[in-house]
Design a protein around this ligand. Structure first.
Ligand code: ZN
Length: 103
């Protein structure tokens, strides 16, 4: 059970993108890092490869640490730290603001 899951809406709370909201696109659980849509855009110099014929500069999202974001609670809409609780034997996430549970 993880605090942050793909598809979550999150608020960035540190770094250059502090204050931005975005959707979690990728989670790397072993590194505790995530990729959030339109957050922490980095420029990559791309060389031509067999798959990519045109070399050039591409922009894409870089990973950020999960501690750099707060999950936006789907129930109350508040960026919050997330706890865990059990509902009917299932472990679910719980908003520390409103107390509502969600998956
Ligand atoms: Zn809430």
């Amino acid at each position: 059970m993880r605090k942050i899951r793909k598809g979550d809406r999150v608020k960035v709370i540190s770094g250059n993108d502090r204050g931005k909201y975005g959707k979690v696109m990728v989670v790397y659980p072993e590194k505790e890092r995530i990729i959030v849509e339109n957050v922490h855009m980095i420029t990559k110099h791309q060389r031509a490869t067999q798959n990519l014929r045109e070399p050039g500069i591409i922009k894409r999202e870089g990973t950020i640490h999960i501690s750099d974001v707060l999950v936006v609670c789907p129930e109350c809409g508040t960026p919050t730290r997330v706890g865990f609780t059990e509902v009917d034997g299932d472990k679910v996430r719980q908003c520390k603001q409103c107390g509502e549970t969600f998956r």
